[in-house]
Every structure is written in structure tokens, then in C-alpha cells.
Design a protein around this ligand. Structure first.
Ligand code: T6T
Length: 325
């Protein structure tokens, strides 16, 4: 004879199962995706717009919060706040290859799926079953090493394949900019008449980058060129060259295409800019996230390409690739 107590237990279990199913249905029906970039800059605001476009198409609720500066002390607290909100998916640009491994592991332990956009943790090879940092589901970004090689080839051509050059970079430990500088240095080895001076680090501060140009010109008056590995590095290097009255004499090649890059290219201050496709990173990040939240398998890696901007296309096809705030 079924006792009253068993009946109550049964109905509670049925109710719980019902709620879980409802929650799973709600999840799959309207996945919640949190986008956590590296820092406040036009690159990531352009990424956000791509993410918003995909969120509309997929019926996704998109959360978004941006660290004030490029630092683990800024990004990790926001990450922990997002984990507490239990989104289905976290789309993140880890600001350091090693220091974000453990905080992201906690997200996965909390049942949140992780996808990295623009930068990666560990070696960026995910779902391999190897190492302690392969747990994210996908990595969506530019081929930064190849981008660095393209920058080196362009700078070598701009300076007549001889003279002194150097890289202006953010800080070591960031997968994207590290790869660009590695690609640049690797390619420069093929140019024996070009002397590569030590890389300078500006902590994402354009004023520091400009000051580096002044200091290097004081020591190396024959400086022929500089490669700015990201927005702040490029902007600061260009400002430093302008301040030194060396526009067009010291050749400037930059990664990224911030608002105003068209003026800098037309004035001859910047020779080429390598424009990434941050909107595509955001767009595919949300598309993959929605698929993963709905139990679909997603590719472990996606390249989004880039476009080389110079005087020949900056007022034409190239204009559409300039980031916006
Ligand atoms: O260059 C981009 C991004 O790809 C890199 O990871 C960090 O710097 C930027 O956001 C530009 O500031």
C-alpha cells in the first residue's frame, strides 16, 4: 500500500524533474552568454557589436563588462562575478596565458562552457586531452604569428631593407601580442641588413610608447622603423615619431585599425595597419556559444583573418575594417 510519505516524495521528485527540464529548456531556448574582453578599446567595442548581431539571430541573452585596464587584477574579479551569475557560456579574452588558467577552471567546475576570443590560455590548443589548459571549447582569433611576419615584410620594404628597427609592445605573457612579436622577429632574421633593437614594453600606455621612441632616437638617431604590436603601442609609436618630427622618415607599421588610422596613413605617419576582424570574433563566439549551450559540437579553433590597410585601399575597400568606439 503506497504510503502518504511515498506519494509526497514522488510528487516532489516529479516537480524537481519538471523544474530541471524547464531550466534546461529555458537554457537551450535562451542561452545566457557573458562576453569579457581584455580592456576598454575600439577593438573590443567592435567585437561586442559582432556579438550583439549573433545574439539577436540566436535569441541569446548577452552579458558584457569591460576591464578598465589590461590586467589580471581587473579581469579576474569581473570573471568571478560572471561565474556567480551562472551563464551557460563565457566568451573571454584572457589577459594572460598562464594566470587565467585557474580562474577559468573554476568557471568550468561551475558548469559554465568557456570559449576564448582574440587571446588564449596555455598554448591555445584546446580539447586535446593534453595539459591543464585545454579545457576551453574553442579559440577564435587572428593568426597573430602570421600577422607579425606580414608586419616585418612590410616594414622591411618600407625602409629599403636596411637600418635599425624595433617592436613596441604591451607586456609579455599575452598570447596575441607575444605571437605578433615572435612572427616579426622570426621574419626579420631573413633580412640581414636590418638590425632589430630590443623590444620595448608600454603596459598598454600610448604615452609610454611615445616616450620610448624619443629615448631610442636619442640613442639610435638612425632608427628607420618601428612595429606597434597593438592599438596603444601603434598609436604611441606614431605619436612619438610625429613629436620627433620624423614623420615619413621613421616608418611605422601597426597592428589594429583604430579610428583615425585613415588620417595617419594618408599623412604618411603610418605606412601600413594590419586590421583584424574583431566583429567576426564576437559574432562566431556567440554562434559557437549558442550551439554549445544547445549541446552541439563546435570547432576547437577558428581563424578570422585580417586586412592590410595602406594608401592604396584606405579610402576604398579598406575603410570598412576600421574599428569604431
Ligand atoms: O590588438 C588587440 C588585441 O588583438 C590584443 O589581444 C590586445 O590588444 C588589442 O586589443 C588592441 O588594444
Amino acid at each position: 500500500m503506497t504510503t502518504r510519505r511515498t506519494l509526497i516524495k514522488l510528487s516532489v521528485a516529479t516537480l524537481a524533474a519538471g523544474l530541471l527540464a524547464a531550466h534546461a529548456f529555458a537554457d537551450a531556448n535562451k542561452p545566457v552568454i557573458a562576453l569579457l574582453p581584455g580592456v576598454v578599446d575600439p577593438f573590443y567595442f567592435t567585437m561586442h557589436r559582432g556579438a550583439e548581431k549573433a545574439a539577436k539571430e540566436e535569441g541569446v541573452e548577452l552579458l558584457f563588462q569591460v576591464p578598465k585596464s589590461w590586467n589580471t587584477t581587473e579581469q579576474v574579479p569581473i570573471l568571478k562575478a560572471f561565474i556567480a551569475k551562472k551563464p551557460d557560456v563565457l566568451l573571454i579574452s584572457p589577459v594572460d596565458k598562464q594566470q587565467l588558467v585557474q580562474p577559468l577552471k573554476e568557471a568550468v567546475d561551475a558548469g559554465i562552457k568557456v570559449i576564448t576570443v582574440d587571446t588564449y590560455i596555455g598554448d591555445g590548443k584546446y580539447q586535446t586531452g593534453k595539459g591543464d589548459a585545454d579545457f576551453p571549447l574553442s579559440y577564435i582569433a587572428s593568426d597573430n604569428t602570421e600577422g607579425g611576419r606580414i608586419a616585418a615584410r612590410a616594414l622591411a620594404k618600407a625602409i629599403g631593407d636596411k637600418g635599425e628597427v624595433y617592436c613596441e609592445d604591451n607586456k609579455p605573457g599575452i598570447s596575441s601580442t607575444d605571437a605578433r612579436v615572435d612572427g616579426f622577429l622570426e621574419e626579420m632574421k631573413k633580412h640581414p641588413n636590418i638590425k632589430v633593437l630590443d623590444t620595448q614594453y608600454n603596459e598598454d600606455d600610448a604615452n609610454k610608447a611615445a616616450a620610448h621612441i624619443a629615448a631610442i632616437l636619442a640613442r639610435n638617431p638612425n632608427l628607420a622603423g618601428v612595429f606597434g604590436a597593438n592599438t596603444f603601442s601603434g598609436k604611441g609609436a606614431a605619436e612619438g615619431v610625429k613629436k620627433a618630427g620624423k614623420t615619413g622618415k621613421v616608418k611605422v607599421v601597426v597592428f589594429d585599425a583604430v579610428p583615425g588610422i585613415d588620417q595617419d596613413i594618408k599623412s604618411g605617419l603610418v605606412d601600413i595597419a594590419i586590421a583584424q576582424k574583431p566583429a567576426e570574433m564576437g559574432y562566431y563566439g556567440v554562434k559557437y556559444g549558442a550551439d554549445a549551450a544547445r549541446g552541439k559540437k563546435i570547432p576547437a579553433q577558428k581563424g578570422t583573418g585580417f586586412v592590410v590597410l595602406d594608401k592604396s585601399n584606405i579610402d576604398g575597400d579598406g575603410k570598412q575594417y576600421i574599428y569604431s568606439n
